[in-house]
Design a protein around this ligand. Structure first.
Ligand SMILES: Cc1cc2nc3c(=O)[nH]c(=O)nc-3n(C[C@H](O)[C@H](O)[C@H](O)COP(=O)(O)O)c2cc1C
Length: 268
């Protein structure tokens, strides 16, 4: 089994690690999706090809990503389509993390993968702290976030126990979930996830440290004249926004309220 994941603020990485641990699978078989998607040269390219070959050889893949507007982040959609040859006959289990409401987000990925012949084993939609740190409405206290993480871990272990008995959870894969996801969010916000975004905003607080550029999963950021410059390839993961030491970056909101990162809650 191989796990492929996108994680902006660490939630999804933590959940897929817990899932692998609970199933007795090795953590080294987890691959961040950017390692398969970034444009690389030389030895890095060879390493990327080897990783893709390893995925091609594996019968069972766990795909994990954060919910965005009850849909997949565009980087995940792009990955599924770009490497469509990988999915024929492969068994897929889909895990998503979410802040509050995910509708049928696992179903969105499942339908895309099925187009290429994948066999969908099941889906799991797990609540974690909300990554959108430039909106006051979505903020929760540290205590509340830690409680959410505790419940999430419990759910992951319960799901793994059930899978060990051969019963896969089907969260987000039912017709009812499809209707909820469609009418609850996707109809109104569909355009937000049909491509990469060019809406990342950078304020004068930027000191050009480059931490955001080093962390961006799509290589969308670079430093020019001592300041960061954003391209039009943002997958809205909030990793740069959460890491910025001067809180100079925003996306959906206008001001960073409190940066969210899984590690922050885990260590406090
Ligand atoms: C652009 C964006 C859109 C989001 N949309 C939703 C949503 O529709 N429903 C939801 O429950 N959570 C939503 N979230 C919250 C994330 O899915 C959630 O915080 C997730 O656990 C983040 O995982 P990560 O740390 O692995 O990136 C959204 C987050 C972002 C950044």
């Amino acid at each position: 089994m191989i796990g492929i994941y996108l994680s902006g603020t660490g939630n999804t990485r933590h959940i897929i690690k817990e899932f692998f641990k609970a199933l007795g699978e090795e953590e080294r078989r987890l691959i961040p999706v950017e390692a398969l998607m970034q444009k690389v040269e030389g030895d890095e390219k060879i390493r990327q090809e080897l990783l893709l070959e390893a995925v091609a050889r594996t019968n069972r893949v766990v795909l994990a990503f954060p919910t965005q507007f009850s849909n997949m982040p565009y980087l995940i959609r792009d990955f599924i389509n770009k490497h469509h040859e990988l999915w024929s006959g492969k068994e897929l289990f889909i895990i998503t993390t979410m802040g509050l409401f995910a509708g049928d987000v696992t179903g969105c990925a499942a339908r895309e993968l099925q187009k290429y012949g994948a066999d969908i084993l099941g889906g799991l939609q797990i609540q974690m702290p909300d990554a959108v740190c430039d909106s006051r409405a979505l903020k929760k206290s540290c205590t509340a976030s830690r409680e959410i993480i505790r419940k999430a871990e419990k759910r992951v272990h319960e799901a793994a126990a059930s899978i060990r008995l051969g019963v896969f959870p089907k969260e987000g894969l039912t017709t009812v979930a499809h209707i909820c996801g469609l009418f609850g969010q996707r109809l109104w916000f569909y355009n937000k996830t049909t491509g990469y975004s060019n809406r990342l905003k950078i304020s004068d607080a930027c000191v050009g440290c480059g931490l955001c550029a080093r962390n961006c999963p799509t290589g969308n950021l670079h430093i020019e004249n001592g300041r960061v410059v954003a391209g039009n390839h943002c997958t809205m993961c909030y990793r740069c926004i959460s890491h910025c030491p001067t809180q100079a970056l925003t996306l959906l909101g206008k001001k960073v309220v409190d940066q969210v990162m899984y590690e922050k809650f885990a260590t406090q």
